[in-house]
Ligand binder design. Structure first.
Ligand SMILES: O=C(O)C(=O)CO
Length: 275
């Protein structure tokens, strides 16, 4: 049994390098994570384009290999996140870009040994029929599921807060899509922060839906900063998840309040490298 260092659960942590250590250039973050004690990391799509050029990809892979960390999660190309986009899964007219983004992410995942991909569902588009968007979502998710299956990977679908036009707000919203889709390798990403902000019932999510959860992420609420800065009983929910059978990882995905390295003090060093 791993040394739990006072924790009430033994779930392994992975560090999200699209929110933590962002004071460093992208290519320096994996080494910073390793120096902080983590052996596994995850990223949102780390490039501007859905299909980055070879040199960019090689430099990214080299940064991870140099650090000696595993990449256990990648988001697909989501559009312009800074501009408010939240994924292409349901975006009519961008099917080709979505397909190319999937192919390049799966290639990168194959190279890195990454077997989990987060497919952000996409905002409602002004003038587009929501039912038509959802229908497109099913065919795009089926495409992503097939592509992931080729390398033994899975897709996760995430409820988000802070984006009014993003229609998946609760675990049930995602589970409805998954029920219609009917693919075993497409699961729920339960980000406890987003779910709490959206008023979801975290007791139910962490006890009843455990079998359908492919990944968990954490940040405190309000604020989306490190655990201990808000009021969310993160430790309690992680314990519930483990008790209910969740055996996956926990993505540490928050906006550090202060320098990233210092913001990690809530997590004992010996608990960081178990993934
Ligand atoms: O957009 C966000 O807030 C995310 O968590 C993306 O994964």
């Amino acid at each position: 049994m791993a040394d739990l260092a006072g924790s009430r659960h033994a779930l392994p942590y992975v560090l999200n390098l699209s929110l933590v250590f962002t004071e460093l250039p992208l290519l320096d973050r994996a080494e910073a994570a390793r120096a902080a004690g983590f052996t596994a990391v995850e990223y949102w799509w780390p490039f501007e384009a859905p299909v980055p050029d070879d040199a960019e990809v090689d430099a990214f892979v080299a940064s991870v290999e140099r650090a000696g960390v595993a990449v256990t999660g990648l988001n697909f190309f989501p559009g312009d996140m800074a501009g408010g986009d939240r994924g292409l899964v349901t975006w009519p007219g961008r099917e080709d870009e979505f397909a190319r983004g999937i192919a390049s992410a799966i290639d990168l995942g194959e190279r890195l040994g990454c077997r989990r991909f987060n497919a952000l569902y996409g905002n409602r588009i002004d003038g587009a029929d929501p039912a038509g968007q959802d229908k497109l979502g099913l065919s795009n998710l089926a495409l992503a599921s097939d592509a992931a299956a080729r390398i033994g990977a899975e897709i996760v679908l995430e409820p988000l807060s802070g984006a009014e036009k993003y229609p998946l707000k609760t675990a049930d919203d995602v589970l409805k899509v998954l029920d219609e889709l009917g693919r075993d390798n497409v699961k729920l990403l339960a980000d406890l922060y987003h779910l709490a902000v959206n008023g979801d019932d975290l007791d139910t999510v962490t006890t009843v839906h455990t079998g359908r959860i492919g990944h968990v992420q954490i940040a405190d609420a309000p604020g989306r900063h490190q655990p201990g800065t808000g009021t969310l009983d993160i430790e309690g929910y992680l314990e519930k998840l483990q008790t209910a059978g969740y055996r996956g990882q926990v993505g540490v995905e928050y906006k550090p309040d202060g320098p990233s390295a210092e913001s990690l003090s809530w997590l004992p060093f010996e608990r960081r490298g178990l993934a």
